[in-house]
Write a protein that binds this ligand. Structure first.
Ligand SMILES: *Cc1c(COP(=O)(O)O)cnc(C)c1O
Length: 425
């Protein structure tokens, strides 16, 4: 190939990494001598220069939301920052550190690997795993000091036995099922369950908890039924001479709505990231979303009237518009079902996303007509577009997208985080 010869053997970028690949006709030393770029410099090119789409995480918003939660809690009540699923897509390590330095007492994750990641980064706070891992993971729990939730005797005894063999304790939190029917020992069976396991000297009950199914629903009887069952179980434990340890039940919704169920600790998840768990909390708490999504325009052109745009050509140009492209698609969390249903912000003005959202790119329309007091926009390749966030009075929110998609913000935050690079501000 001509290109191969004229570029000293450079044959383009490798598929699996960003190292240059050299033609086989040159030996390695010769190829290195001819390398036009310094490897370290090439690798140091920042993520936003590699691809014009990214997520910004505002750590001051995380700090604000922790403070706001604390304001609703009595002094002495512990706050557990729930950083599962990579902190709902916000980045577990950075969020955990920020939460701990702004008033959280401990952390909760969903899986053993999520706990290990935090420990490997040097985080020393207590970490609770919100489910019961496979017994085969017990060495990891003990090595990395991760507290499992427990609700089967088989797991409890295997975990305790391993700890005992190494002269260690086996700390855990007891999960009670008070009505959600996801995990946990049925609350009326708690004493029977404890009898099955408490002969084991290594087991160390550090806490007892339940999870509400309807804390984010309009006031309901099911919520009080869960509260009553939980209180009865805790009472029964104390009567039987068992110290339940840290008693906890409240998620974000219960934290803001039901101070009576704060007990010894609240578990703050979605509100840590600035989203309201339900309409009822809007009047109770002031929360700031931490995630923003941006892209730069990669293509910009006029499209003649009635020509279509994107797969299926479902959208037809009215002629008086520019069609701009951003390198962001459903592979980056911009759900395809939002096609034609969402706005972006350019230069403080809303622009309608048009045509089907593709896997890696999508298009939006810039109206070139001026009407009223509206400024005429002049989009250029490289201009920054706000996909989630605000500019002046214009606001695009994950909450609005979640509403359109009949889902919750949690899912969209996680989807945005899977491929887009993240920067912290
Ligand atoms: C995810 C989770 C939470 C956090 O709930 P939010 O509604 O996001 O605050 C709390 N407790 C348990 C057991 C969970 O699984």
């Amino acid at each position: 190939m001509v290109a191969e010869e004229t570029l000293n053997g450079f044959t383009g970028f490798g598929r699996k990494n960003s190292n240059f690949q050299y033609s086989r006709s040159h030996d390695d030393a010769q190829a290195r001598a001819a390398a036009p770029f310094d490897q370290d410099r090439v690798d140091a090119i920042d993520p936003m220069s590699r691809r014009w789409a990214w997520i910004e995480i505002d750590l001051s918003a995380i700090r604000h939301n922790v403070t706001e939660a604390r304001r609703h809690m009595r002094p002495g009540c512990k706050l557990c920052a729930v950083v599962k699923a990579d902190a709902y897509g916000h980045g577990a390590v950075r969020v955990a550190r920020t939460a701990l330095s702004s008033g959280a007492d401990m952390l909760a994750v969903a899986t053993v690997d999520e706990g290990v990641e935090l420990r490997k980064d040097g985080i020393g706070a207590d970490i609770l795993i919100l489910s019961e891992p496979p017994a085969a993971a017990s060495p990891l729990l003990l090595e990395y000091q991760l507290m499992p939730s427990v609700y089967t005797a088989e797991f409890a005894l295997a975990y305790a036995e391993l700890a005992d063999q190494h002269g260690m304790r086996a700390p855990f939190h007891l999960a009670l099922n008070t009505g959600m029917n996801r995990i946990g020992v049925r609350s009326e069976n708690v004493i029977e369950f404890l009898r099955q396991i408490n002969f084991h000297r290594a087991l160390d009950l550090k806490g007892t908890f339940t999870h509400f199914a309807t804390a984010d629903c309009p006031e309901n009887l099911d919520f009080s039924i869960q509260v009553n069952r939980f209180l009865e179980a805790i009472d029964a434990m104390r009567t039987a001479g068992v110290d339940p340890g840290i008693v906890h039940a409240a998620n974000s919704a219960a934290l803001f709505r039901y101070p009576d169920v704060h007990f010894d600790m609240c578990r703050l998840g979605i509100s840590l990231y600035g989203f309201h768990p339900c309409p009822e909390t809007h009047s109770l708490a002031n929360l700031k979303p931490a995630m923003r999504v941006y892209a730069r325009i990669t293509d910009c052109k006029t499209v003649p009237m009635s020509e279509g745009v994107s797969y299926g050509l479902n959208y037809r140009s009215p002629g008086s518009v520019k069609i701009c492209t951003v390198p962001l698609g459903y592979g980056d969390g911009l759900n395809r079902a939002l096609s034609g249903q969402t706005n972006f912000i350019l230069d403080g003005q809303y622009c309608r996303q048009v045509g089907n959202i593709c896997m890696d790119q999508c298009m939006f329309e810039v109206d070139l007509r001026t009407y009223g007091t509206r400024r005429r926009l002049d989009p250029q390749i490289g201009d920054i577009v706000t996909v989630v966030g605000s500019q002046g009075d214009a606001v695009c929110t994950i909450t609005e997208m979640a509403y359109q998609l009949h889902t919750i913000e949690h899912e969209l935050c996680i989807a945005f985080s899977l491929r887009l690079p993240r920067i912290y501000v």
